[in-house]
Design a protein. Structure first.
Length: 52
């Protein structure tokens, strides 16, 4: 392989690694937001039944 061929292959693999890392971080953030929304919804539901 020529020098530029190795550089291109390394660049592609690092791009794929960045893409996978970004995808994983986005998935974790989405799951956290969904779980937090469910928690807030349950909390508001419980508060609506309280009578003072």
């Amino acid at each position: 392989m020529s020098k530029s061929g190795r550089h291109k292959k390394k660049k592609k693999s690092s791009g794929a690694l960045y893409f996978l890392a970004f995808t994983a971080i986005t998935a974790v953030a989405a799951i956290y937001i969904i779980k937090e929304g469910e928690r807030i919804k349950k909390e508001n539901e419980l508060l609506s039944y309280e009578v003072w």
